[in-house]
Design a protein around this ligand. Sequence first.
Ligand SMILES: Nc1ncnc2c1ncn2[C@@H]1O[C@H](COP(=O)(O)OP(=O)(O)OP(=O)(O)O)[C@@H](O)[C@H]1O
Length: 565
Amino acid sequence: MSRTAPRDGLRLRDLGVTPGFVVTLVLLTLASQMAFLGFLLVMKHLSDGVMDTRNGATAMGFAVLFSLAVALSGWYGHLRTRLLGALAERLGVSLRAEALQAAVRNAVRTDMAQGASVLREITKVQALFASRAALLFLELAGAVVAILVMFTLDTKLGFIGLGSAAVVAGLGVAMHLATRRRLRGSAQAMDEAEIELSAQLSHPDLVRGLGLVPATLSRWQHRYGAALAAEEATHRRTEALHEIETLVSNLLQMGAFVYVGTLLFDGSATAGMLMCVYFLMSNALHPFSHLMTGWESWAGGITAWGRLRRAMRQDSAPAPLPRDPAAPAGLLLDHLAFHPSGLPAPIIGGIALHLPPGSVCTVQGANGVGKSTLLRLVLGLLPPTAGRVLLDGQDSHHCEREEFGARIGYLPQDVQLLDTDVFNNIGRGPDAAPEAVVAAARAAGAHAMIGHLPLGYQTQAGQTAGLSAGQRRLVGLARALFGEPSLLVLDEPEVGLDGTARAELRTAVERVRLRGGIVLVVTHEPQTWADIADSRLILDAGGRWETQTGRRGSALMENGLAAHG
Ligand SMILES: Nc1ncnc2c1ncn2[C@@H]1O[C@H](COP(=O)(O)OP(=O)(O)OP(=O)(O)O)[C@@H](O)[C@H]1O
């Protein structure tokens, strides 16, 4: 079956950078440059006239006109900056929704800390768009106009302007080459230091309880210190190169001034032209100088943009596929394989298994053999290397996630409750019907426990709220059962539950089966599920697997007792 290519969630056009927007920016920039240059030239001609006539009132009038031109040019510039500011805001808002999802998918694929770094990239890109740095390329158009005007005044002067701009631009390129690798390295080192610290801080009890604070801090400080030193060295190098550039720019500007001065002595130039040259050289060179000054923020923004694009392309939402009408009802693992590159053998080796509605299957195997990975594949959180997972014909990876997620209940090994109250956690949001939340809590055997909490369903349930591990697991189970999902996926659900809670858990699973749901349970205690399970999926190292009929004797498996792999 052909798969639609994943969406590339990062196109400038979708974010509001339309051709119309760019044209408006360019026109504003040109208007700003023209207002300045046009008046400068008028000033030149007229001031030369004033020199001849020595008319003070006219000179004063020109001064007022010149001030108006500068003000007009400034106003155009202000409009342009506001446009860019609005774009940066829109960019941040549009990117955040997409990137948040990409960050979550990235976290599923790699780890949480790396997922969070995707969000940091947005802030950097947003800062670039909001800053003056974004305008620099537009201001280069002003440099071109200034050089053209210099050519119209005097051909040699034009070449001086062109050559000077080329020298400053060349310095910019040299600076980019000299700092590119350092900039990238120091940004990465800083990111890694931050990631390490937030990873350590996400286990405060462990770090404090085992007395690991000094060791953690010293390791982090060492890393952070190295990152800071790298950043500082890069900054110093950039500063030094910038000082060289300022010196060279000033010398070039002086050179043009001296050249027109010699023309003045010859009588082939006027005082107005001398005054113009100062401003024209400024306009010709400053955009290149600014490009160098703002280089760090440019380079940082561009690197962040590239990383964001890569992350979002890699972790963009998989394009949904329509239901396969030929697929049987229930859960189908259609030759499902997962073989990450770099591993000598697959983790999941082409599992073919069909679980019809109203069945319970346990997944067993030694530690690290791939049970949780299989569950993530079943939930569609990981893209399979080969094969597919279908729930009632719907591909679990290529699906509309909100719609598909509502049909699934999932209790992960490490129960993560959201930083909100018990009600919102169970109801997967604040809009859930209270009776559905209570029904799920009852089904999970959690209702009585919740009733004993200080604020009942309004009790906070986040990481630091103080619920016990067993209480968290019961709330997590109630969340998994909320909305009577078609597929219930449980990862070692019995861990941490007392005898009563285990009995209630078994009853809950039994009820899901009776109403036609499918339950997939990863367990290290198969005897707990022996009389409930219709089938067993046994995983072994290197992606090997086999299915066995459970004690209930339902013939659910495609391949009976045959071993595979
Ligand atoms: N994307 C991936 N790339 C490389 N290796 C991976 C990837 N996903 C999982 N693994 C590896 O596959 C192995 C199986 O991990 P998994 O958590 O699925 O095991 P498990 O059977 O659930 O173990 P346990 O019973 O201890 O919970 C681990 O060694 C893990 O590091």
